[in-house]
Design a binder for this molecule. Sequence first.
Ligand SMILES: O=C(O)CCC(=O)C(=O)O
Ligand SMILES: [Fe+2]
Length: 250
Amino acid sequence: MTALERDGGVIIEGLLCPERLARFLAWLFPLLDAAPDCQGDFYGYATRRLSGLIARVSACRELAILPLILQLMDIMLLRGCREYQLNLTQAIRIGPGEPRQFLHSDALMFPVKVPGSETMINCMYALDDFTEGNGAAMKAGSALIYLGSVIHAGGANRTGQPRTGVALSYCLGWLRQAENHYLAVPRELPERLQRLLGYFVHEPDLGSVDGQGPVALLREPQAEPPRFTEFLPEDAKTLLAEARAAMRND
Ligand SMILES: O=C(O)CCC(=O)C(=O)O
Ligand SMILES: [Fe+2]
């Protein structure tokens, strides 16, 4: 069992080097400065949230595909799906005076339990120093990776300064994503990122367009209409091929 499973969360210190952190802040903070406070007893009233970070903050594209994070997701989420996806990108700036958030687990948005697997894993990157006074504890540039099932809450901010983090969560590839990336992101992105955003077919046959994988649709249209194709796991392909061959011999 990994430390993440045993403890429900792990902090990776210094995951963002100072240069990457500075680049992130330069893009994100002006957007947060201009954003209105949220309105909601869960989201808060002295808290600002900003989604669509893949489109808005180019530095977030690197963050979404950090090799160490994807290796962790491979271990954790491929237990419950054949390919996982980005669930949500959200900057969270908890302002002075915001009380402690309602205790919750982030995976509550998915009304299912999957035997042997989490439905989602969250990565919270600290962009400011998180302190006991402002509601949490880790240094800017560190990341807390925690299970979707873990009960937690943003702590009260009792200081005069805001506390800013960025949450990127990943979920099983056959679930609906919290963020509607299809409407939020531009069409031109690296294919790895497109797949991670949900432009893929989860085998068998979940999420195709005209019998094609959705990434094909994002590219140039083809002259000939492509053949309607099936998307099957390897073991199903083998079984079907054998069954078809046996029928030919009937
Ligand atoms: O920003 C935080 O400290 C946590 C926020 C949180 O848990 C949430 O909004 O789901
Ligand atoms: Fe949460």
